[in-house]
Ligand binder design. Structure first.
Ligand code: ZN
Length: 312
């Protein structure tokens, strides 16, 4: 049975204060705020989700606002760039928008035939908006004043900064990803998810970054599988490859397994099911604090201790 892994599911990072994170991702990047919940392992910390209008797999960026950790900087053995899909021809719109809000952007550059606009988020995390007409077919809406036409569709891909790309390349090949070749040092792998989102992973040889993990650092990247059966197959396969992998964890909106790939990046494999509308209707996503059932009895205390966050 072929069980290729197709596309990224979500990317999880550490941020500073939750309101600043919301103001950047919803009001500047124009993503939809899709879930206000807590870190299931640390219930007095938010877990904030942003995605496209329908919160589809391949669009979710999630944050733990750990305000007490120091500012991070890109490090070897981490995912260091989040690449987002915008439609072809949308780049000037975004340049002008960032300019209007005083957000600095780098020079656009071309990689593997796609045009990238680089910038940093408010915590210094590297973002690139990439013109891509395939991913642009995804239906979405712009938030925070972004036009529907130019809105971010979801992920294009991510970049992993590695001491040695070879062993990570082996894992991606095992996942069924295709080696596309190298450009400007980056070794690109592609997959073919149904919605074309999150279909690229670039391996970048950067052995001496000497950064530190903190606010603005990516904690892990998650790959997509359709269901529990496919996930069980991959858990077995990864165990057989000699890696340690966690038991299945119920994240309410998906089920997850985690392992550290040989380059040092924490990889997760998450199910598409049940999805973000499992505990609130699609048109109300993100409006109310959602807790896993086992924390409901502590709701009052949790609400009292979480920092203020205005999501209107
Ligand atoms: Zn995750």
């Amino acid at each position: 049975m072929s069980h290729k892994i197709r596309g990224l599911h979500h990317i999880t990072a550490v941020s500073g204060p939750p309101q600043e994170n919301f103001d950047f991702y919803r009001n500047r990047l124009g993503l939809r705020f899709t879930k206000k919940t807590i870190n299931f392992d640390d219930p007095f910390t938010y877990h904030l989700y942003y995605g496209n209008h329908n919160a589809t797999p391949g669009s979710a960026i999630t944050f733990f606002p750990w305000q007490h950790v120091p500012a991070g900087s890109p490090n070897t053995g981490e995912a260091t760039v989040v690449q987002y899909t915008i439609p072809n021809g949308s780049l000037p719109y975004w340049k002008e928008r960032f300019n209007k809000f005083g957000i600095e952007t780098g020079e656009p550059f071309t990689r593997f035939g796609f045009t990238h606009l680089p910038l940093n988020d408010n915590d210094g995390m590297k973002i690139e908006l990439v013109e891509d007409n395939l991913g642009a077919k995804v239906d979405t809406k712009g938030y925070g004043g972004v036009s529907d036409e130019h809105a971010i569709r979801g992920f294009f891909g991510t970049t992993l900064s590695l001491a040695d790309t070879g062993r990570t390349a082996e894992i991606l090949k095992e996942f069924g990803w295709k080696e596309e070749g190298s450009e400007a040092g980056d070794l690109r792998f592609s997959s073919n998810p149904d919605n074309h989102l999150g279909r690229f992973v670039d391996l970048r040889p950067e052995p001496n970054l000497d950064g530190q993990f903190g606010r603005g650092s990516i904690h892990h990247i998650a790959f997509r599988v359709p269901d529990d059966e496919a996930q069980a197959y991959w858990r077995e396969t990864i165990l057989k490859m000699g890696f340690e992998i966690t038991p299945v964890k119920n994240r309410d909106y998906f089920r997850s397994i985690y392992f550290r790939e040989p380059g040092g990046v924490l990889f997760e494999i998450a199910t598409d099911i049940p999805g973000f509308d499992v505990d609130e209707p699609l048109d109300e996503l993100g409006q109310n604090l959602k807790l896993p059932s086992w924390y409901e009895k502590h709701r009052d205390e949790i609400e009292k201790r979480l920092p203020e966050l205005n999501v209107k």
